[in-house]
Design a protein around this ligand. Structure first.
Ligand code: SAH
Length: 352
């Protein structure tokens, strides 16, 4: 087969760009790599590269729907209200959540923020009533929002700063043989490092995600303006840490992030410790950042699993194994965190 119509590999594009204009930042590398990656495929599920909580079990989306309905009821059932999801994948979480919400009388207009044409296509099949947006800016601002983002922030590009003998520098990417490597940039970056973290051993890396902070800033501002609540769920940490957490996953295996950019999912741990104060700086309420396992248990995942198993005894083992995968400490239960935000005057929310 001729590959004349195949797009040039991103690796080749980067090589040409770097040869012409010099090293690119790691943030640029990650941003372009993921834009190419998500635009060209459905990465989810056992036949894809990675699996997410809503694809493991319907219980995940259902309990999120329950949480949203409970918030909405306790806020006095405001109408109209919009369901907003960032990076909805196949639309599985939204369809499970909205099915449960409907039982409580919550039938919001659905607004999905998605950049990938491939995934938009799949979402359309699951959520024909939805409207799509390229980013948050076009999501209507006139009524309360119930917003969900699962494994969205971890895909946004990170910036890394490294301490060198000459001070702090941004980590830049250049080709070396078949792959790419990181080098320290030439511009001084000391002013970008918080005073308290500036004195560090050479080689220390600080990773930040300006895109994640910008999204949380925007969502928090909207909650204060419009009313509503938001859940950000991702793998991450809730204390400040040094070091690179960049990783690449392909076909359910960790691979080298610096080989074949655009062919694997690049992610980094979400720094929830930084995001809570960003939300609070807008006058939004931070409900807490808790472990996914504890949160799902507070919402009744054990009872839900029992009910599903009683209704389908031949599935009992699979249901229990999915429950365990979502909540066990050595699975997703403690690495994944749930951060809750709410408008002033909205309820505290179950599980925080
Ligand atoms: N939430 C889904 C999918 C997670 S994968 C689930 O839990 O299964 C990440 C999702 O974010 C995909 O839908 C991807 O296309 C989308 N995405 C990644 N970067 C994005 C960006 N910059 N803007 C909008 N969507 C983005």
């Amino acid at each position: 087969m001729s590959d004349q119509t195949a797009p040039e590999s991103l690796a080749a594009v980067f090589r040409r760009l770097i040869a012409n204009t010099g090293p690119i930042s790691l943030m640029h590398y990650m941003g372009e790599a993921n834009a190419r990656y998500y635009a060209s495929r459905d990465p989810l599920g056992s036949g894809g590269d990675f699996i997410t909580a809503p694809e493991i079990s319907q219980m995940f989306g259902e309990l999120i729907g329950l949480w949203l309905a409970d918030m909405w009821i306790n806020a006095g059932r405001p109408q109209p209200v919009h369901y907003v999801e960032l990076g909805p994948g196949r639309g599985t979480l939204a369809s499970d959540a909205l099915r449960v919400a409907k039982r409580f009388g919550l039938e919001p207009e659905v607004h999905l923020v998605e950049t990938s044409p491939e995934l938009k296509h799949l979402q359309l099949a699951n959520l024909p009533q939805a409207r799509w947006h390229h980013d948050l800016s076009t999501v209507p601002g006139r009524c309360p929002i119930l917003l969900v983002a699962n494994e969205f922030l971890d895909a946004l590009p990170v910036r890394q700063l490294v301490k060198t003998a000459e001070g702090w520098r941004e980590r830049m990417v250049v080709p070396e043989g078949e792959r790419f490597i990181c080098i320290a940039g030439s511009q001084p970056m000391d002013a970008a490092v918080p005073e308290a973290r500036r004195a560090a051993e050479p080689g220390t890396i600080i990773e930040t995600c300006p895109g994640a902070a910008a999204v949380v800033y925007e969502v928090a501002g909207r909650l204060v303006q419009q009313g509503g609540a938001a859940l950000f769920i991702d793998y991450g940490h809730d204390s400040v840490q040094n070091g690179s957490t960049l990783q690449a996953v392909r076909a359910h295996q960790k691979v080298d992030p610096f080989i074949n950019p655009g062919e694997a999912d690049l992610t980094a741990l979400v720094d929830f410790a930084t995001l809570a104060p960003v939300a609070e700086s807008r006058g939004c309420r931070w409900l807490g950042t808790v472990e996914q396992g504890a949160w799902l248990q507070a919402l009744g995942i054990d009872a839900r699993a029992r009910a599903l198993a009683e209704a389908a005894p031949d599935q009992a083992e699979a249901i229990e194994s999915a429950r365990n995968r979502l909540v066990a400490e050595d699975e997703m239960g403690s690495l994944f965190k749930v951060m809750g935000l709410a408008a002033p005057g909205w309820p505290r929310g179950v599980g925080f």
